[in-house]
Design a protein around this ligand. Structure first.
Ligand SMILES: Nc1nc2c(ncn2[C@@H]2O[C@H](COP(=O)(O)OP(=O)(O)OP(=O)(O)O)[C@@H](O)[C@H]2O)c(=O)[nH]1
Ligand SMILES: [Mg+2]
Length: 293
């Protein structure tokens, strides 16, 4: 008999959820950045063992919604929690458990699913502080095993995975055993471009940018031609994204092209077109088309 199921990854922005998914899956499924609210969509990372299949559901960080974009992100978190077989709550060991963590813990209790707590980023702490962070999880009042881990180094991750797998229901595999993600190709490539934008921007700009693939063409000679639109909300944001003499958009483009080449195993030509679209975060049509929500 095999085991298979969905495990929702909940936690505050920046806790390291996407880093952990990539670590467990063993590939780049979700983009990562040091800016909060990097993840905007539900992204499934799949890992298959001899007689089990774990589908990790990477989610946006739980937060207080402030516009239709973040409302959709939060609604997705709630829906995904309801649809999952178990929940992995990820905490950042460097920070004290706060109201955000208690809010998530309450949501997890309410759905009544088996839960596990991962205390992440312990590579940044000494033993005493790690022990304190583990002890603090008791405040969350969740019936859950607690695992100290580092998604970055992989420390503690195999033990966590073994336990999570033991919580999966019996059943047939949900995806082909070689699958790593179910993200549509266009979204996956757009995310790789957005990741490079996030690396190079600060403050409000990371939140104001979205990327959409306009055109994806496989040439006969093997070249993959990708044209992407980079949306900003204002002219001044566009100015920053283009940069003096086009330096910023060139830097984003060449780094993203390398990432796409690595992800697809092809030679890539990437064209970026920076555009202003006022209020895209409130544009339901665009958000639908981008698969957010
Ligand atoms: N030192 C250290 N840094 C980590 C670890 N895990 C993640 N990070 C860093 O934490 C930051 C946030 O990581 P993400 O994986 O994007 O966090 P997330 O929880 O998916 O964030 P959102 O998508 O915004 O909710 C990045 O800079 C990561 O490199 C870890 O175990 N140790
Ligand atoms: Mg994320």
């Amino acid at each position: 008999m095999t085991r298979a199921g969905f495990v929702a990854l909940a936690g505050r922005p920046n806790a390291g959820k996407s880093t952990l998914v990539n670590r467990i899956v063993g590939g780049k499924v979700a983009i990562v950045s040091d800016k909060p609210q990097t993840t905007r969509r539900e992204i499934r990372g799949i890992v298959t063992g001899a007689d089990w299949q774990l589908v990790l559901v990477d989610l946006p960080g739980v937060q207080r919604p402030r516009d239709p974009l973040t409302e959709r992100m939060q609604a997705r978190v709630e829906r995904s929690l309801e649809e999952a077989d178990a929940v992995l709550l990820l905490l950042n060991a460097e920070q004290k458990a706060g109201p955000g963590d208690r809010f998530i813990a309450r949501a997890v209790r309410n759905v009544g699913l088996p839960a596990v707590i991962g205390v992440n980023k312990v590579d940044r702490l000494d033993r005493a502080r790690t022990a304190a962070a583990l002890a603090e999880t008791a405040e969350l009042d969740l019936e859950a095993e607690v695992f100290p881990i580092s998604a970055l180094t992989g420390a503690g991750v195999p033990e966590l995975v073994e336990h999570v797998v033991s919580l999966l229901p019996e059943g047939p595999f949900l995806y082909p055993p070689e699958a790593k993600s179910d993200l549509p190709e266009r979204v996956r490539l757009a995310e790789l471009v957005r990741e490079q934008v996030l690396r190079r921007t600060r403050e409000e700009l990371p939140h104001a940018v979205e990327v959409e693939i306009d055109e994806l063409e496989e040439r006969d000679d093997g070249l993959l031609v990708v044209r992407a639109r980079v949306w900003a909300e204002t002219e001044s944001q566009k100015g920053i994204l283009v940069g003096a003499g086009g330096r910023m958009v060139k830097a984003v483009g060449s780094a993203a092209r390398r990432e796409i080449e690595q992800a697809t195993g092809r030679r890539v030509h990437l064209d970026l077109n920076v555009r202003v679209r006022k209020g895209w975060r409130r544009d339901d049509g665009l958000l639908d088309r981008l698969g957010i929500g």
